[in-house]
Design a protein around this ligand. Structure first.
Ligand code: FE2
Length: 303
């Protein structure tokens, strides 16, 4: 792990493989259960509940110690991002750092803002929603992470995620439970920002904390995660009708090949069926279409 205090960026060995990066493109999220040690989870809860003094490693330009004390009690207690113990054991946790290094490249930028979602349980579920200012597209220029510093079983209302809702705008279906990001204390959820989600219903009694923040890309995308020797772009499974074209576009963008990505539509690559007797046509097409991520064309293809 190499952490640069001046630029607040880190570099480390990537931990995700081709298949895992492609899976992230399909679902839009990755869960890391129980990654953070209990002692650090407790310290985080204490910080959020105002117990003990803050000890920022420095006072950011344009801010004062009083500013940091003031924001500690708000819904954006970003001073926690300046605590050495939080940087080392939460922001740079080996599992979360390895995954983000795989998806965001070298010199990953650390968060500059933290959002606190603390709820007194039991509580009713939130409505399904996309967060403000989301954008649909193949680019992965930042990634949102949430961190649960206490045991968060489904009874304590962890975040529910709607897999694949970053590819095609999803309906707000209250009967669809999605996937609960439940887990023991120290669980991380990593997701693309434009993934539909909600706070799940809670039935237990207690205080549920969750912190949410973004890591940032500082370099152009390149396929420098763990390369699988047998990974074949032509035969990889990118998903079904209406989704494979988006998943493959996102994967190509992450590989640094977004500009070369073209599809010819129909049953051609990147779609395929297990019952076909030969490889899909259309792989490596130099001319064709791009998926219409922003829905301004009725047939869902864009130039
Ligand atoms: Fe939200």
């Amino acid at each position: 792990m190499k952490y640069d205090h001046e630029t607040r960026t880190f570099d480390c060995e990537p931990t995700l493989t081709d298949s895992q990066v492609l899976e992230f493109c399909k679902t839009g999220y990755l869960l890391l259960p129980g990654a953070v040690p209990d002692e650090i989870n407790r310290r985080t809860r204490d910080y959020l509940e105002g117990k003990g003094p803050a000890n920022p490693s420095y006072i950011p330009a344009g801010m004062t110690r009083e500013d940091l004390d003031r924001i500690r009690t708000t819904h954006e207690p970003s001073g926690i991002l300046l605590e050495d113990w939080f940087i080392e054991h939460v922001l740079l946790d080996p599992q979360v750092a390895g995954a983000l290094r795989s998806l965001l490249g070298r010199e990953v930028g650390l968060p500059v803002l933290v959002s606190k979602h603390s709820v007194e349980c039991p509580a009713s579920p939130q409505g399904w929603h996309y967060d403000a200012d989301h954008v649909f597209g193949p680019e992965v220029n930042f990634i949102e992470v949430f961190y649960f510093p206490q045991d968060t079983p489904v009874e304590l209302g962890p975040t529910d995620l709607m897999p694949g809702s970053h590819l095609i705008p999803a309906q707000r279906d209250t009967t669809n439970p999605g996937v609960a990001a439940a887990g023991p204390a120290g669980t991380f959820g990593i997701h693309v920002q434009n993934l539909m989600h909600r706070r799940g219903e809670s039935t237990a009694t207690g205080l549920r904390h969750m912190l949410k923040y973004n890591y940032w890309r500082t370099v152009a995308p390149v396929r420098d995660w763990i390369i699988e020797p047998g990974f074949d772009f032509r035969t990889a499974y990118y998903g079904g009708h209406h989704t494979a074209r988006y998943t493959a576009h996102m994967f190509y963008w992450l590989c640094g090949m977004g500009k070369d990505y073209r599809i010819i539509g129909g049953q051609a690559w990147p779609w395929r069926s297990v019952n076909q007797i030969g490889p899909s046509y259309g792989f490596g097409a130099k001319q064709g279409y791009l998926p219409n991520w922003r829905k301004n064309n009725p047939d869902d293809y864009a130039l």
